[in-house]
Design a protein around this ligand. Structure first.
Ligand code: ADP
Ligand code: NA
Length: 330
């Protein structure tokens, strides 16, 4: 029996991924590989919507791919490739942009937020059409399921609308995908500012647990994480966001429930709790980091893996794109 198709991706927007990317995306992707025919992309075309040094972008793309593999995405089982290696993404995006309403694209809240922050001169047309490129990413592979964070839900809704619109105008062409929104319990916050999301694009290093940090640095950041004056290890997102965030990370990486952890640390101080968590994170990230370094040490082998996987992706994407060209009269 063929497995349902799944697509997801991440931008190569930093040299290292952070704990939220690992817990909220990579760990889930790793497990989804069993039940889905999964396509995982490093979306470097999307990354061009931010200013980038060319050599640095190329390096971030390779490092992001290496981190996917090191975290357990198996390139022999899933299709793990770099978006720009498959030309059909940009081509389908153009065609989809011709059936996307200007107002429809303008309603995307991520665009509204980002363009407001950048100002109109620093806001590119590419940032505006970003969700259309994302729709092309998904629709090229006849994707059924798209695991995303809730900030991307609106973009998947647009993707569904475009698929349905194209199908009704030109005849059945695209599978209409369904978003699978990650559980709120998988959301990780900044260690120094535990009400804002941990992010690759965070300005301050102290609050971010980088997957590729040296183990001693990881431990230090956890020992210095913001907590509160109460002194008891208890989950309460409103009153104790710092401790709750640390509990979330602890639970996600060990499979122990929050309740279990609360009773394990009952009557013990935050020092003990943080030491326990630091051990867990270092044990998890350490071997991933070693594997990343080994992969980056053999660039020819990494290139070979990425080229073979791009060829697999290309085959599926080309079939869809040819059908689309045919339907629209190209
Ligand atoms: P970032 O903010 O680090 O640039 P992206 O927006 O590129 O992250 O998201 C890549 C993936 O990682 C998405 O699936 C997203 O849901 C997940 N992700 C990012 N940050 C977090 C977080 N703090 N907690 C949980 N998941 C996250
Ligand atoms: Na981002």
């Amino acid at each position: 029996m063929t497995k349902p198709r799944l697509y997801s991706g991440m931008q190569p927007s930093a040299d290292s991924l952070q704990a939220g990317n690992y817990i909220g995306a990579l760990l889930q992707w790793r497990d989804l590989q069993d039940s889905y025919d999964a396509f995982f992309s490093v979306v470097d075309l999307h990354a061009l919507t931010q200013p980038n040094d060319p050599a640095a972008l190329r390096e971030k793309t390779r490092r992001t791919a290496a981190q996917y593999i090191a975290a357990g995405i198996e390139p022999s089982r899933s299709t793990l490739y770099v978006q720009s290696h498959v030309r059909a993404h940009a081509e389908l995006a153009w065609i989809l942009s011709t059936i996307t309403g200007f107002g429809e694209a303008g309603r995307m809240t991520q665009f509204k937020d980002k363009s407001q922050r950048y100002g109109s001169d620093a806001t590119s047309v590419g940032l505006f059409t970003y969700p259309v490129l994302m729709a092309a990413d998904i629709l090229l592979y006849q994707t059924e399921v798209v695991p995303v964070g809730d900030d991307q839900k609106q973009h998947v809704e647009l993707t569904r609308d475009l698929a349905e619109r194209f199908n009704s105008r030109y005849g059945q062409t695209f599978t209409v995908p369904k978003p699978v929104i990650q559980k709120d319990t998988a959301r990780i916050y900044d260690l120094q500012n535990p009400t804002s999301k941990m992010s690759k694009s965070s300005e301050s290093d102290a609050g971010v647990l980088w997957l590729l940090d040296e183990p001693s640095k990881t431990a230090k950041k956890i020992m210095r994480a913001v907590t509160d004056a109460e002194g008891s290890v208890r989950f309460d997102r409103e009153e104790k966001p710092g401790v709750s965030n640390l509990l979330t990370i602890y639970s996600a990486l060990t499979g122990r429930s929050i309740e279990q952890l609360e009773s394990e640390y009952a009557g013990r101080g935050y020092g003990d709790f943080k030491k326990g968590l630091a051990e867990v994170v270092v044990e998890e990230f350490g071997p991933v980091r070693e594997r990343v370094l080994a992969l980056l040490d053999d660039p020819a082998e990494l290139d070979r893996i990425l080229a073979a996987n791009a060829a697999k992706a290309d085959e599926v994407a080309d079939a869809t794109l040819s059908d689309v060209y045919d339907k629209v009269g190209l």
